[in-house]
Design a protein around this ligand. Structure first.
Ligand code: BG6
Ligand code: MG
Length: 220
């Protein structure tokens, strides 16, 4: 039976979270709104426009919808300046080796990201070639924790969601994977131990986990 591995992008394959932070911080400073790294961590997996709402909080009503779209575009302009500097060197050999290892083991690979910049990041880092499918912020109307992006990724792979596992660094992403019926693998410290099906300290631990998961499929 074919199996799929769906990877979140920001914070799992590439470390763009700091760029998101710097870009939101620049906007927040201009608007005189408090914003720090811990608030930025709460925005993992959340769409650009929803993130803006969380940053503005009660000040959201000070702005019209058109103004808020412009603010989100302003942030994206700052963010894209950082993305322009990205190159294949921003992805470790280890990450590439893990993706090749999974392919060699017969897994279909997909990206499932809330980001509308995902195609640009994949192109800048030369990661596109590793994936059979990409579902991103341009393909969805509801962002994580809604499962839409992961369901699209499974559909693009031609697999049932039940035959897919998701690797995620965000609580919203783990909730989305569970809601979509996929196996949820949490990376890092974003979620509590009982929220995901499996947890990893880092992506380096994925091959050992996959080997263990395959073993339990055979023995159960
Ligand atoms: C997610 C990030 O991958 O993409 C979020 O974790 C971000 O922080 C979201 O808000 C949307 O990204 P973009 O690139 O479309 O603004
Ligand atoms: Mg992420």
């Amino acid at each position: 039976m074919k199996k799929g591995m769906i990877f979140d992008l920001d914070g799992v394959l590439v470390f763009t979270d700091h760029f998101h932070y710097l870009a939101w911080k620049k906007l927040a400073d201009r608007l005189n709104i408090e914003f720090n790294e811990s608030m930025n961590n709460q925005l993992r997996g959340i769409s650009r426009q929803d993130s803006l709402e969380l940053i503005l909080k009660e000040r959201s009503t000070d702005y019209s919808e058109a103004e808020k779209r412009k603010l989100a575009e302003e942030k994206n302009g700052y963010y894209r300046e950082f993305l322009q500097q990205m190159s294949p060197l921003d992805v470790s050999d280890e990450v590439r080796n893990i993706l090749r290892w999974l392919k060699g083991r017969g897994y279909q690979l997909a990206v499932g990201s809330s980001s509308k910049n995902a195609p640009f990041i994949l192109q800048r880092t030369q990661l596109s070639g590793y994936f059979d499918a990409v579902a991103d912020g341009n393909h969805i109307t509801r962002s994580k924790p809604d499962p839409e992006v992961f369901l699209k990724a499974a559909e693009y792979l031609g697999l049932s969601p039940f035959d897919c596992a998701v690797v995620e660094d965000a609580r919203a992403g783990i909730q989305a994977a569970k809601a979509g019926g996929m196996t949820a693998i949490a990376m890092g410290d974003a979620v509590g131990a009982n929220e995901a099906d499996y947890t990893l300290d880092s992506l380096s631990d994925l091959p050992a986990l996959i080997t263990k998961m395959e073993h339990s499929f055979k023995t159960s």
